[in-house]
Design a protein around this ligand. Structure first.
Ligand SMILES: *Cc1c(COP(=O)(O)O)cnc(C)c1O
Length: 353
């Protein structure tokens, strides 16, 4: 037997979630596959999402590997290029790229290839992370539209609270004011805006998290949104301990039994990407039944309560998240979001598709 932890990636669920995104909008869908496709494996995911109209990611080498694998759709670099060398790859492989800052405009001047770069001009409408200030957009746009290296310009922005009650109205209004009369293609929506604010769909939507089958919202689950989970992280019980009242479990003796208890030791720890901040009580499935974690998560193991699961023994299957165990519930218990859990899966966890 090998160490039993394993991430199963359901490629048909990915295709299904893309289909659901498509049914929600008339806009073209740019599938966001940054961060190794949110931890799911870049090329396998891109292949399952080949019906997407485009792909968005960060690393120019990843974009090149998609081109070399035969993908012909637009491939957008969400932070653009970082150097003149990257810019020449952008031109060579016909990549689209975000331009968010003046220093990138200066680099663009070094590109001699005519009409080589499709630019997505990023406008800062309130996130205050990347993008040109609304007052600068007119001048930047003029420069880009005259630039010999630029083939076309798309206007884009990114929402900071599309997943919250505050919504998108202030940022959307600022964007519309700038984009309104210009008749250029526009892109605003992440998953949350795609699902909740159809008025923001414009020409291109940019869903990420929903494709992987998790909800962007705190107030609704993936199942309520009709999404299917893509990643199931499972392992097995590798030891059983019988505690007496007063016995403690794990580092720091953070959990102490107040009565006799049967517990299971699971081959899954923070070195696999399970969050160490998940406190006692984090939900977890053992043999398909809901129970809770106990004590601190260690590097390679965690403990589960078997009090109500009397028939569970060594070898019993444990689901940390995935089918039957919403990743959002685990994330909430660990004080984080599903995005972080997915991206945190480490290289030592075998993946199958
Ligand atoms: C990550 C990202 C997205 C996708 O966001 P989700 O919340 O995962 O749908 C869209 N646009 C930009 C600019 C991003 O960085």
């Amino acid at each position: 037997m090998t160490r039993p932890i394993h991430a199963q990636i359901d490629l048909s669920a990915l295709a299904y979630n893309l289909h659901l995104a498509r049914r929600t909008t008339r806009a073209k869908v740019m599938a966001v596959i940054k961060a190794n496709a949110y931890g799911h494996g870049l090329l396998r995911v891109a292949d399952a999402l080949r019906a997407a109209d485009g792909f968005a990611l960060l690393d120019v080498r990843d974009a090149v590997s998609l081109r070399e694998a035969g993908f012909t759709q637009p491939i957008l670099l969400l932070e653009g290029f970082f150097s003149a060398q990257e810019l020449s790859l952008v031109a060579e492989y016909q990549l689209s790229c975000v331009i968010h800052s003046a220093w990138q405009l200066s680099l663009l001047d070094q590109c001699s290839q005519r009409g080589a770069v499709s630019v997505w001009l990023k406008i800062n409408t309130g996130m205050n992370r990347l993008g040109f200030a609304p007052n600068d957009v007119g001048a930047v746009l003029e420069t880009l539209q005259r630039h010999r290296a630029v083939s076309e310009v798309t206007l884009m922005t990114h929402f900071s609270q599309a997943d919250e009650v505050q919504g998108v109205s202030v940022q959307h209004a600022r964007f519309k004011e700038l984009a309104g009369a210009r008749r250029l293609p526009c892109s605003l929506s992440n998953s949350a805006a795609l699902l909740r604010y159809p008025e923001t769909h414009a020409d291109w939507v940019r869903p990420g998290i929903m494709l992987y089958g998790a909800s962007p919202f705190a107030d609704s689950t993936a199942a309520q949104l009709g999404l299917r989970p893509v990643m199931s992280l499972t392992s097995r019980i590798i030891a059983i301990q019988n505690l007496r009242a007063g016995d403690a479990v794990g580092y720091g003796a953070q959990f102490r039994a107040d009565r006799a208890m049967r517990i299971g030791i699971v081959a899954c720890g923070y070195a696999d990407g399970y969050p160490r901040h998940a406190a006692t009580g984090t939900p977890i499935l053992v043999g398909g039944k809901l129970t809770r974690t106990l004590g601190r998560v260690s590097m390679d193991m965690l403990c589960v309560d078997l009090t109500s699961i009397l028939d569970a023994n060594v070898g019993e299957r444990v689901t940390m998240w995935g089918e039957g165990m919403p990743i959002e519930h685990v994330a909430a218990a660990a004080g984080t979001i599903s995005y972080e859990l997915m991206c945190a899966i480490t290289a030592r966890v075998p993946m199958s598709y």
